[in-house]
Design a protein around this ligand. Sequence first.
Ligand code: FE2
Ligand code: FE2
Length: 572
Amino acid sequence: MVRAEEKRGRIGESVSGLPTRHELLLYRRVIKLVNEDFHVDDLARLPEFYRHLVGLAVEITESSGGSLFFSEMNRGGIISIAAYEKEDIAVPGRRFRAGEGVAGEAFQSGRVEVHSPDKPHPKFVTLSSGKYGALMAAPIAVPGQKPEGILCVYRRDPEPYTVVEISLLETLGKIIVSILRLVRLSHDLADSNRHLLDSLECSGALYSLSLKVGDRRSVSEILQEVVVSFSRLFGIERVAVLLKRGDHLVVEIAEGLPERLGAGKVVPLEAAGEKAESRIRTTESKILRAINTCLTERRPIFSEHTGDTLTPSRRIGDFVVFPLFSGRTLLGCVVVAHGPAASIQFDEKEIDSMKEFVSGIGLSIEQARALEINERAYRAAIRAIADSLETRDQDSKGHSARLVRYANHIAERLGFSPKDRRTLEFACLLHDVGKLVIQDQILLKPKKLTDSEMEIMKKHAEIGATMLERIEFLRDAAPIVRHHHERWDGNGYPAGLAGEEIPLGARILAVVDAFDAMNQTRPYSQGRKVEEALEELRRCAGSHFDPRVVEAFLDYPFEDLPNSSSDSSSLF
Ligand SMILES: [Fe+2]
Ligand SMILES: [Fe+2]
């Protein structure tokens, strides 16, 4: 340990003469503490973190012990929330009123207050005589503002604190205040977003459940399969599936059936008995009538042979309309028909097999529908979060949505599965979600960030990933978010990964994020033209970016895209 005298001799005694590198070293120590030992959103570890801060204060001032006090809004004083050594002054829970004792005085004056045997502080209270040789208290405050707390250290021996030590404690107080704001933001975020996160988590659980129930197939995939299966199993090429949507019945898929039963058509539902007297002339109207009867009576309806009045391509023969159930819920119906050859008719055995087949379709359709509704809901929730981020950071309006389009193009080129594309989409929308805990004065600062501000800003990737890890259906997107600022050559952050160590999704995100940042106009810089931005990507392929990813992006159809627009992105 360096003796105080040596330190004094080496560093000098005037505050103005304090080398900046000492302050910088201190900043680094705190940033390291925040980065490596503590996660800003890990609230359970806050007490430990506070104790570490006191430990740091004790160490840099060569003290015996210390304590961290927070202001108590309702009492107007301070309370100790962490102590390095459990002396009575440092016992957590110990309170001082403003102006009471050295710590209370520092809280009131907003200045560092020092006590030593040669220069006793007027407010020094000797609680246990002989225990404290020297003592000092520094405000945790933004200069010029009311302190948010007090950092207090003491020595047992009567060695007075040097000017350098006093200054170091003062500096630490200033650093801690910005850390506390970050922590508080994290708390606020947790509160304000709890509802949103809860709903995300809930829909995520439903989504995962649906995944476990069966293959993840969309309604349209299932319907395609129904058509193919009728052809393969029964040799029937004329099939339509109609599903109820509110009061309507919509033709979801149709093959080889008359015009009015084409895909997308809405079939009117008539009350039973309506038009019973009208003379039915066409197969088309006969089928429509059979559909209505099937839905009303909830049983299969068979046709007699029809077809004379239809054009040759639309001619059909015998048909059956099956009701489509999921449990006892009527979802719609399935229409199947033979070709026009009069000799082909449905036999009883065939009808039984079809009935059985149709009865298995309903449940899959309902599951897939629920999944799609659910997916729409959580996509909307994710977009809401992305939008709230963009609203806060006006510069980045529309940024995330553009990244989704660009990244999708690359993912398609690189042969991503639908699941991986979805994960990448979520990562694009939420890549900067960690910025929600970055304080406005850093996030919205129009000027260049200082080194320490930059270090805090860089935390957004880790913070964002940690947030996503907590939500099951977003968990896969977390590594992409965590590493979206890594560089191909290993000079990025937070982990300094290089080459293929970086998740492919993160490499894609890095390219499209940089492209959009270059292409969009910011308040302080005009966006580059598409060609110029692409040229820059090409130039940095192999250093900053994965060359394969850049290559896959170059043929993006930019024709519809303006060269630059008024909205823009942030670089983070
Ligand atoms: Fe970012
Ligand atoms: Fe971004």
